[in-house]
Design a protein around this ligand. Sequence first.
Ligand code: HEM
Length: 179
Amino acid sequence: MKGIVFTEFLTLVENKFGLDVADQIIEESNLESNGAYTSVGTYDFSEMLSLLSNLSALSKISVDDLLQIYAEHFFDVLLKSYPHFFKTHNDPIEFLSVVESHIHVEVLKIYPDAELPSFKVLEKTKDKLIMVYTSSRAMYTFGLGLMHKTFKHYNCKANILVEKIKEDGTQVKFSINKI
Ligand code: HEM
């Protein structure tokens, strides 16, 4: 997993929960990296899982909810770092439908070792998008947070139905309806 995902996560933890909490979860996680992340480095995904589960135990917020909260912060980072991806689309359904075929393809050119999920489009109309998320990392609530922020960014709203295809969350169906 790319370092930027860790550095921004710890920034969010510091801002929302305080520096002490950030230090405590780093300590409790027994990280191989010792929590010394650089945004361009690559680290084991298990470190993110340890940080999330320790923060969850401390904050009493589920890992899934934490991932969704984190995604809302990460969206702002993406918007600032990669504004051109958002400028080439003027509609959230159009934008979300090309995450797999265009956006993450470009991300792989920038970070060849990025570990990205797949989003297969099953159905697309002007106001509706059905996609299947697949990833061994089961970060679908991170995807959900990014989707909600995408609609906010384009000044629209959506109902997003989340249905697990696999119980462990490694495959999930998103049914997105623009309101
Ligand atoms: C992960 C880039 C938009 C869903 C990531 C990662 C990067 C990235 C760098 C981390 C990869 C790693 O650590 O190895 C971008 C950029 C975007 C964008 C530049 C737009 C400008 C989106 C959107 C969605 C999405 C709109 C949701 C539909 C995800 C998910 C992950 C991820 C769920 C977590 C990894 C996983 O589940 O396997 N993305 N992304 N991304 N992205 Fe995107």
